[in-house]
Design a protein around this ligand. Structure first.
Ligand SMILES: C[S@@+](CC[C@H](N)C(=O)[O-])C[C@H]1O[C@@H](n2cnc3c(N)ncnc32)[C@H](O)[C@@H]1O
Length: 404
């Protein structure tokens, strides 16, 4: 892989991300699918249309086939691709790290190109990754979605313990967020972000519950805050004297012996949706996810699932309307399906999930195989069947070659 940066692009050199196999990878996105999707009624659950959807098969083909029904209709894509940790498709190559990155990029490029076409204009893609490929992924996302459409990188604490296995123990991973069109996503800003915390609004007046917040200008003079005396209290304030007076006249300023405070109403807080870029809760940790999945399935059937809470948070942040479709095309054990259903239960919305995963064989001597799951897709279906609530449908489809 080479990445060249030139202060000024010239005929010979320009800023670009390139690697061995890139052209073929792009061509793979453009080749029509050689397969079709067939329903698997035995594993589906009947329910009122439209049902949730699970597709078993290679996501490159499946993404092409989903375009016919879903192009431009998916509000949120969450994926947790293989991290290229040294196994799966990326091992055993003769090129060392460079070959590994090239293969990983070649695998991701056509899938991201196809994924982009499925998103609504105001849709969002969220991609989990760790240190192995985070640098390559950012550049690839910049290229496929456009640098202007970068929204944020969320840093998630994945484990609490600190080990000696590395010089500095990695305990987090990343979720890169990109908009399909940052302008369209920004236009629905009031519907985007996490629900505000509404604790502590213990006081009430005729406008409703409120709490008191300081009126000091943070950073004092250095931040250019105005300095003046108001109602006998002198300090650096958040507002100009004129604005302060207007707020005081409106009954919003409370004067204390050495402080000025402002009423902050619960209703105003409820209308503000904000999201920070560090997600540090215990519920975000892999150990929590592993424990919860074991409780649900009765056995440890899948290594390192993502926490339902992580995906649920992304869902409540970015897919907030009835009918929103959430897609995960590296679905693994089906965490995203469960997260969508839990988000629906919590806020009463009717979102739908589409999960896609490969029928990768489970390991010979694994717990999953011992209890009868031959493939990862068997685990996904079992989990989705288990969490799908009464009255909702699940359609299972299989990818099959065109001529069968
Ligand atoms: C890191 S795991 C995802 C785990 C998932 N987030 C969870 O919580 O269970 C990646 C999954 O993608 C699947 N996968 C890899 N290549 C794929 C492909 N080409 N098409 C569909 N799924 C694929 C793997 O079999 C694996 O189950």
């Amino acid at each position: 892989m080479t990445r060249r940066t030139a202060a000024t692009d010239t005929g010979e050199e320009r800023y670009e991300l390139t690697w061995t196999g890139k052209r073929a990878a792009l061509a793979a996105a453009r080749t029509p699918s050689a397969g079709r999707l067939v329903a698997d009624p035995d594993r589906s659950i009947d329910g009122p249309a439209p049902p949730h959807l699970f597709v078993e098969g290679d996501n490159l083909e499946v993404l092409k086939l989903l375009a016919a029904e879903h192009a431009g209709h998916v509000r949120l894509i969450y994926i947790d691709p293989p991290y290229a940790t040294g196994n799966a498709f990326v091992y055993n190559d003769d090129f060392g790290d460079r070959g590994r990155h090239s293969r990983w990029l070649s695998m991701m490029l056509p899938r991201l190109v196809l994924a982009r076409d499925l998103l609504t204009d105001d849709g969002l893609i969220a991609v989990s990754i760790d240190d192995h490929e985070t640098a390559q992924l950012r550049l690839l996302l910049d290229e496929t979605f456009g640098t202007d459409n970068f929204v944020a990188t969320v840093c998630v604490r994945a484990r609490a313990s600190v080990s000696n296995d590395r010089l500095v123990s990695p305990s987090h991973h990343f979720v890169h967020l990109y908009a399909r069109d940052i302008g369209a996503l920004s236009a629905r800003r009031t519907g985007f972000g996490l629900d505000p915390v509404l604790d502590g609004f213990d006081l009430t007046d005729e406008r409703g519950p409120y709490r008191l917040v300081p009126l000091d200008g943070p950073g004092g003079a250095k931040k250019g805050n105005p300095h003046y005396e108001f109602q006998g209290v002198t300090g650096y304030w958040r507002y100009s004297k004129r604005t302060m007076q207007a707020k005081y006249d409106a009954g919003l300023v409370v004067v204390r012996p050495r402080a000025l405070l402002q009423k902050y109403y619960r209703d105003d807080a409820a209308a503000k949706r904000r999201t920070a870029t560090t997600w540090w809760d215990e519920e975000m940790q892999t150990s929590t996810a592993t424990r919860r999945l074991r409780e649900l399935m009765g056995e440890a059937v899948f290594d390192s699932p993502k926490p339902v809470e992580l995906v649920r948070r992304l869902v409540t942040m970015a897919a907030n309307e009835d009918g929103d479709v959430v897609l995960d095309f590296f679905a693994g054990s089906g965490t995203t399906g469960q997260a969508v259903l839990e988000a629906n239960t919590a806020d009463g919305r009717r979102r739908r999930y589409i999960c896609v995963t490969l029928p990768e064989p489970t390991a010979e001597r694994s717990e999953a195989r011992r209890v009868g799951y031959r493939t990862v897709a068997d685990i996904t279906v079992a989990r989705l069947q288990r969490v799908t609530p009464e009255g909702e449908g699940l359609e299972v489809r299989l990818l099959v070659p065109e001529n069968t």
